[in-house]
Ligand binder design. Sequence first.
Ligand code: SF4
Length: 57
Amino acid sequence: MIEAMRSLWQKLSAVFGKLFATGSSGYLCDKCKWDYGDACTRPERPNAKTCPDYKHR
Ligand code: SF4
């Protein structure tokens, strides 16, 4: 019983970890739609932790 609960918890943790991950670097730019070429000229690129123009790819 405890082993089953532990297994379930590990699966749930993996799912939620993927849902809320900010990427391995933790920078928004790594998963931002505007992170290519000259699409974004903000000075915080490529290391933005917060950004009003961020849009998920
Ligand atoms: S819009 Fe913001 S999050 Fe996106 S690439 Fe530019 S600085 Fe990074």
